[in-house]
Unconditional design. Sequence first.
Length: 106
Amino acid sequence: FPTLNALCSLPLVLSLDGQNIEPLLRDPEQQWDRPALTTHGQGNHAVRSRQWRYIRYADGGEELYDHSRDPNEWTNLASRPEFIDVKNNHAQWLPKIDAVPLRKKK
């Protein structure tokens, strides 16, 4: 939402959740101080840095991919001990709590 505000030249609203990624849209090589976080459903989150994608599922399952060597995500490295530091570094960006799901209207 902050990105849409910036792109539409709307006034800055400090109470909005999120980050303005307009600089990255204009220049994908721009340096950025945090990875991207995506969520699909309750408790399923992915953290994407320039090189890595770390995924943790609600059931505790994990995936880790090295996009510099495996851009198609064919080789899951999450169970390999040599990547524990990469997993831990990315896991710190995961949400500590999930939003409560909306209930369907009857």
